[in-house]
Design a protein around this ligand. Structure first.
Ligand SMILES: [Mn+2]
Length: 317
């Protein structure tokens, strides 16, 4: 088995899944461990802004860890460290062939099993980087400037600058501390970063829907939940029909029972949703709402992890 462990976040990586991976790589290397940060997909606009701002290189793309798969880099069983996820469906292709040595996560656990003992660090905080700052300190270390910038950005992203219900006092404290090390004004940098991430530029509807899309198996249903943050919900709704046909295509090609597209308004703290599939009744009872022309505005709902997923799980039992 290769001695090097690859560290990565989930597919369709968000800022946490890139930046926490880089920060954990830096810490592990400081501790003399043989690791390499990788990513399981393209960078989104927000993460591009962050890496650019702090002049940090993106991790290399990783296609598979199955040594027998086409395009495999490894010839032996691969050691892996999962950050910001634990569900197989969100992880690297070929994960079942790999040895998971560590998991650092702040999400719910799905069905999770391994062949060997491992280190699991799961805490119900707003961001993986908040856990990482604790681990740095347990090792009597602090991240250097650029890595503090990475971790700060991950926290701002995951907590929507502390507006998300997933945000805990520990996240706020960690962000304040990291902003000092990174040498940025927290509020100003945070808003600039979120707005940079909320601009869709010339992306197609399909690219926008898939920027941050996760799959879940809930009861008998295969559910896709995509989320975008914006300061201009109307910009998306103006092309509602185009979004609907793109979603419908994905439902057919991937066999989803339900597709929830969440358009989160970061200034109004709520989300417009476009919901399609044969199990829309699951969504309606999860949120005690009636879809009007496939859409519903959900006041105060901004978190996939703490609001959308648990509500849908609850009615999928
Ligand atoms: Mn996260």
């Amino acid at each position: 088995m290769s001695e090097k462990a690859l560290i990565f976040g989930h597919k369709n990586p968000d800022t946490d899944s890139i930046c926490s991976v880089l920060a954990y790589e830096a810490l592990k290397k400081q501790l003399g461990e043989n690791v390499e940060a990788r990513r399981l997909g393209n960078l989104n606009k927000e993460t591009e802004f962050v890496l650019n701002y702090f002049d940090v290189e993106a991790p290399k793309l990783l296609a598979t860890v199955d040594p027998n798969a086409e395009g495999a880099e490894n010839t032996e069983r691969q050691k892996v460290i999962l950050i910001d996820h634990n569900e197989r469906i969100q992880s690297v292709d070929g994960l079942e062939t790999a040895q998971i040595t560590e998991v650092i996560d702040h999400h719910k656990f799905g069905e999770f099993s391994t062949f060997e003992p491992l280190m699991i660090r799961a805490e119900p905080v707003g961001c993986s980087s908040t856990i990482l700052l604790t681990i740095y300190k347990e090792n009597d270390l602090l991240p250097e400037k650029k890595m503090a910038g990475m971790m700060l950005s991950a926290i701002i992203s995951d907590t929507l600058l502390f507006k998300s219900p997933t945000c805990t006092p520990r996240d706020v404290k960690a962000a304040e501390e990291l902003a000092k090390i990174a040498g940025v004004d927290l509020e100003k940098y945070g808003m600039d970063m979120l707005i940079a991430g909320a601009s869709f530029g010339d992306k197609s509807t399909k690219e926008i829907i898939n920027m941050d899309m996760k799959e879940f198996e809930m009861g008998a249903n295969k559910i896709a939940i995509a989320q975008v943050n914006t300061v201009n919900v109307a910009e998306i709704l103006d092309q509602k029909e185009q979004y609907e046909s793109t979603i419908q295509e994905q439902i057919e090609s991937e066999g989803y029972d339900l597709f929830v597209f969440i358009i989160t308004d970061i200034l109004r703290s709520g989300s417009e949703t476009i919901v399609l599939g044969k199990a829309t009744d699951v969504f309606e009872s999860a949120f005690d709402t009636k879809l009007d022309n496939n859409t519903a505005w959900l006041e105060g709902a901004v978190s996939r992890k703490k609001q959308f997923v648990p509500n849908l799980m609850e009615v999928s039992k």
